[in-house]
Design a protein around this ligand. Structure first.
Ligand SMILES: *Cc1c(COP(=O)(O)O)cnc(C)c1O
Length: 227
C-alpha cells in the first residue's frame, strides 16, 4: 500500500472506532479529504481508494485541479475564505461551501448558481471561540442568518461549521463542539431542514464525532504535511 491508501485506511478505521464508541454508525459521518496545497495526482490516488469528497481552500488552485481531474466524479467542497468577487466561480464549480458568514455572500451564491444545477449545499461558519484570527459569526447571530438564508432558492442551508481553538484536553474539545451541536438542534426545532455539523479535523476528530459531527475535514492525516 502507498501512503495515501494506508492513511485513508487508518482514518476510516479511526472514524469507525470513534463512531461505535458513542453508538453511531460509520455511515452517518462523511470523510472530507482536504487537499489544499496538494497536487491533483494525490487526489487521483485517494479517489482510486474510494474517496469521493474533497475540500479546497484556494479558488485558483482548486479550479486548476478540477480541470485536471474532469474525468473523475468528485464532490468538491469549498472550505476557504470567500471574497465577494469570487462567488460566481464558486457557485459554478462546487457542490458544497462550508464557510458562509454573511448574507451578502449567501445571496450572491444563490443568484449565481447556474440554472439547472441542484442548489449549492452550504454551511454557516461559526466562530465558536471568538478568535480574532478566525472567520465566522457568533452563535447568537446564527438563527437570524439561517432564517434569511433558508429563503434563497439557489442554495440549501445544510448546517453549521466551526474550527474551535486548538485544545489538548478531550473534555474541553467536546465542550466547544457541543455548543455547535446545540445551535444546530435549535435550528432544527425552529423547523429548518438542516442535517450537517461540519466539525473535527486531524487533531480533534474523536471529540467532534462524540458530539455529533456528520462531516470531518481531514488533510494532514491523509496527504501528509503541507509544504
Ligand atoms: C486545512 C483545513 C482542514 C484540514 O486540516 P488538517 O489539520 O490538515 O487535517 C480542515 N478544515 C479547514 C477549514 C481547513 O482549512
Amino acid at each position: 500500500m502507498n501512503n495515501i491508501e494506508k492513511n485513508l485506511t487508518s482514518i476510516r478505521a479511526a472514524i469507525t472506532t470513534a463512531a461505535s464508541a458513542c453508538g453511531r454508525s460509520t455511515e452517518s459521518i462523511l470523510l472530507l479529504a482536504v487537499s489544499k496545497k496538494k497536487p491533483a495526482d494525490d487526489i487521483r490516488e485517494a479517489y482510486a481508494c474510494g474517496q469521493r469528497d474533497f475540500g479546497e481552500n484556494y479558488l485558483q488552485e482548486a479550479l486548476q485541479k478540477q480541470h485536471e481531474l474532469q474525468d473523475l466524479d468528485i464532490n468538491w467542497h469549498f472550505i476557504g475564505a470567500i471574497q465577494s468577487n469570487k462567488t460566481r466561480s464558486i457557485a459554478e464549480a462546487f457542490d458544497w461551501v462550508h464557510c458562509i458568514d454573511r448574507l451578502k455572500i449567501a445571496t450572491r451564491l444563490s443568484e449565481q448558481r447556474p440554472a439547472g444545477f441542484a442548489p449549492l449545499n452550504v454551511c454557516i461558519q461559526v466562530n465558536i471561540d471568538h478568535e480574532a484570527s478566525k472567520a465566522g459569526i457568533d452563535l447568537d447571530a446564527v438563527p437570524e442568518l439561517a432564517l434569511a438564508m433558508s429563503t434563497l432558492p439557489g442554495i440549501r442551508l445544510r448546517g453549521l461549521m466551526a474550527i474551535p481553538a486548538p485544545r489538548e484536553d478531550y473534555a474541553q474539545q467536546c465542550q466547544a463542539f457541543a455548543r455547535l451541536a446545540d445551535a444546530l438542534a435549535s435550528l432544527q426545532q425552529q423547523g429548518l431542514d438542516c442535517d450537517t455539523l461540519s466539525m473535527g479535523m486531524t487533531q480533534d476528530m474523536e471529540a467532534a464525532i462524540a458530539q455529533g459531527s456528520t462531516l470531518v475535514r481531514i488533510g494532514t492525516a491523509i496527504f501528509g504535511e503541507r509544504p
